[in-house]
Design a protein around this ligand. Structure first.
Ligand code: FAD
Ligand code: SF4
Length: 511
């Protein structure tokens, strides 16, 4: 055999660079389902089911085009259950001259495959991943010599370079950023009618995979069942395109306005739910951005919504990928705030009186989904304020969400949410009292705690821990110009009030 094309579980597209020049007569494809990938972190049932089902759908589509495929199934008794083991088995069988792959998303996997190529002496060719707008090399160039990396510079550079939402040299609509028109709450009356998102009925392959996952990974977190409510994620390209279209038609116009809002028993709101399809490469970043821009050009969605949505993909998604590759592997070890509390046990079952956390966690375990503000300002904020060890909370996020892959999850957790990188990614920690959650949701209306109280029997743990965080990190925070106002407010507090807060915070930590 001439070339063996390696396709990982998050590289499921036939247009990938790894397939360039593919010769059906001489080349073959390798794919492997292995326990290791579901167990190196305690992956949730939703996440495992999505990856395996999408891989099987992609494998099916390759076989229909008569491509030679070496595919290891999880339940094959010969499966060694590691990526290296399965690749070595295939190499021994077919003796390829060369291994070719699109650059893996994760540093850990790249290292493994490089090591294996070195060990076997088989040449490894790694090609650019063109399902992103930018290359990792371009981000390195952008980062070179800059003291601080900030999303805004990178985002504008990419918009100009790719002509996205540009009218000549000017940003469409006259502004780069429409945040001031976005990010409303639902107010007292609650959300307007929300067009329900397209959820997909699991087909035969997915039903089999869900059964396999439920028997093989029974002790893993969350649930997956063979119904639209138990698993409704797109598992192939056609389904992913339908989900994208449904979002563009029905929810994009209000995306920006309500992108930060939360509401009890409303999991989906006006979000797109396409992160897993993007990360598995069922969709490309370019086609998603083009579809959103086209909707604006046709007068179907306002500029604020479209710019807000494009900023997430062309901006944040490309930015966190750059942050990840510039900083791995040391990024995984960062703990700038020396946070060492264990992750509370209720993160694995949602069993807590704190209504915002109970809602966000139970929804996450049931669906594999929570939107950005639930991740950042509910679970992430609580962990940051409590002082949870960043590696523990990182493992939780990587485990629970269907869209969780390390290159995007890690910077969002270590950098944006936990400030464990000391400000490399975000200019200040995202901290707030329970009053922020009260403003952006109706969670507090259903809670035994009161968001405006920091001590006493009804004190909201977020509010107590917010002040406790400032007391514990006062010296570091006072050096950050963006934190000065918050530190100044702390300065107005009496020693007696500070002691009462710290006592209450210790009570919360002791559970
Ligand atoms: C602590 C934390 C952990 C996160 N972990 C992940 C993760 O494992 N995988 C993941 O894809 N996203 C992650 N995000 C980013 C974001 O929360 C999810 O992409 C989004 O909630 C997915 O839902 P959606 O598809 O409905 O997105 P929408 O709200 O509709 O946004 C559209 C798209 O923009 C992209 N996007 C939005 N925000 C970000 C961001 N901060 N970083 C990168 N891309 C972004 C996603 O591709 C998303 O699908 C995390 C955010 C936080 C704060
Ligand atoms: S009162 Fe505090 S704990 Fe309760 S829902 Fe509001 S923010 Fe969450």
């Amino acid at each position: 055999m001439r070339n063996l094309i390696l396709v990982l579980g998050d590289q499921l597209n036939r247009d990938a660079s790894a397939f360039d020049g593919f010769d059906v007569k001489q080349d073959a494809v390798w794919m492997a389902e292995v326990d290791e990938e579901s167990a190196h972190i305690w992956s949730s049932k939703q996440r495992i089911a999505l990856f395996i089902s999408a891989m099987r759908h992609f494998a099916d589509s390759l076989q229909k085009t008569k491509i030679a495929l070496h595919y290891s199934k999880l339940d094959d008794p010969k499966n060694t259950q590691t990526l290296e083991g399965e690749l070595l088995r295939t190499i021994a069988d077919c003796k390829p001259k060369r291994l070719i792959m699109t650059a893996p998303g994760d540093w850990r996997v790249l290292e493994k495959i490089k090591q294996l190529s070195w060990q076997t002496g088989i040449e490894l060719e790694i090609r650019e991943d063109r399902y992103f707008f930018s290359t990792v090399r371009e981000f390195f160039e952008h980062a070179k010599g800059r003291k601080q990396l900030r999303l805004e510079y990178w985002y504008r550079e990419l918009r100009k370079q790719h002509g996205v939402l540009m009218d000549g040299n000017s940003p469409t609509g006259g502004e780069w950023n429409f945040d001031s028109e976005n990010r409303a709450s639902f107010g007292r009356e609650g959300p307007p009618p929300i067009p329900p998102p397209l959820r997909l009925k699991p087909d035969g392959i997915t039903v089999q995979v869900i059964d396999l996952v439920n028997s093989r990974f029974a002790s893993h977190p969350g649930s997956a069942t063979a119904s639209i409510s138990g698993f409704g994620w797109p598992v192939d390209r056609d389904e992913a395109l339908r989900v994208l279209d449904d979002f563009i038609q029905n929810r994009l116009p209000k995306f920006g306005l309500y992108q930060d809002a939360m509401w009890t028993n409303e999991s989906w709101l006006f979000h797109s739910h396409i992160a897993s399809a993007l990360n598995l490469k069922l969709l490309s970043a370019q086609e998603v951005v083009a579809a959103a821009e086209e909707s604006y050009r046709q007068g179907l969605a306002p500029i604020a919504a479209v710019e807000g949505f494009i900023r997430q993909i062309l901006g944040w998604r490309e930015y966190v990928r750059g942050i990840y590759w510039v900083n791995m592997p040391k990024y995984l070890e960062l703990n700038a705030l020396k946070a060492n509390q264990p992750l509370p046990a209720f993160f694995w079952d949602g069993n807590t009186q704190m209504h915002c956390l109970s809602q966000t966690i139970t929804q996450s375990l049931r669906t594999g989904y929570a939107h950005h503000i639930q991740r950042l300002m509910v679970t992430g904020l609580y962990s940051l304020l409590l002082g949870v060890n960043p590696k523990e909370i990182h493992a939780w996020y990587l485990s629970v969400y269907v869209d969780a892959v390390e290159w995007v999850e890690l910077p969002n957790v270590i950098g944006m949410s936990q400030f464990a990188d000391g400000g490399l990614m975000a200019s200040k920690p995202y901290i707030a009292t329970g009053k922020y959650i009260d403003r952006m949701s109706n969670y507090c209306k259903h809670c035994v705690f009161k968001p405006d109280q920091s001590t006493g029997p009804n004190a909201c743990p977020f509010t107590t821990l917010y002040w406790d965080f400032l007391i514990r990190h006062e010296s570091a925070m006072s050096k950050n110009p963006r934190m000065l106002m918050q530190v100044r407010n702390l300065g107005r507090m009496t020693d007696q009030a500070k002691n009462a807060i710290q006592d209450k915070a210790s009570e919360i930590r002791e559970g």
